[in-house]
Ligand binder design. Structure first.
Ligand SMILES: [Zn+2]
Length: 174
């Protein structure tokens, strides 16, 4: 497994292994063990809550459904969970051009949705209303995006919606 494999899987599924939007936290912990608790999304409420496995961060709703998955690839290495539930550290050398080619080989085509002086963002939409964004940041996109390093990727679901907390919720905001 290398970083291109991980990011290709992210583009195809919206995540890394069982870590993907709309997954249940209980199913994830059954496979990978407990995550690291990163903290609250909003300071006054326990939910939604951030957890992580290595460099893969989950935003989890109070109903224990994963809303969002993010992988950070801007450091020299990236740590991801393996299927066996351990963490493995990979070299985080990935760039726009080679990743675009690796995805095209799997039939995955992205759309550029944002371009700026420092990089760009591409988007992939999955059938179950999960949207994936890859962010590329570099010094000289003038020459084209091919050499821009991958800063990170994020996948978010737009189907699940919890209403306000009810008194009988198992995990009311607190
Ligand atoms: Zn929910």
């Amino acid at each position: 497994m290398n970083i291109t494999d991980v990011l290709t899987q992210f583009a195809a599924t919206g995540g890394v292994g069982p870590l993907r939007p709309l997954a249940a936290l209980g199913d994830i912990t059954a496979k990978l063990g407990p995550p690291q608790d990163v903290g609250r999304v909003a300071s006054k409420r326990h939910w939604p809550h951030w957890y992580r496995y290595g460099d893969v961060t989950l935003e989890v709703c109070r109903c224990q459904v994963v809303n969002r998955v993010r992988i950070d690839t801007y450091r020299d290495t990236v740590t991801v969970p393996t299927e066996a539930g351990r963490l493995t550290t990979l070299r985080a050398r990935a760039a726009y051009g080679p990743l675009e080619a690796a995805l095209a080989a799997k039939g995955i085509i992205w759309t550029t949705v944002l371009e700026s002086d420092v990089g760009c963002t591409t988007e992939i939409e999955l059938p179950d209303e999960v949207t994936i964004h890859f962010t590329f940041v570099g010094n000289s996109p003038v020459a084209g995006p091919e050499g821009l390093p991958v800063h990170g990727a994020q996948a978010q679901e737009f189907t699940h919606a919890c209403g306000p907390a009810k008194p009988d919720d198992q995990n009311p905001d607190c």
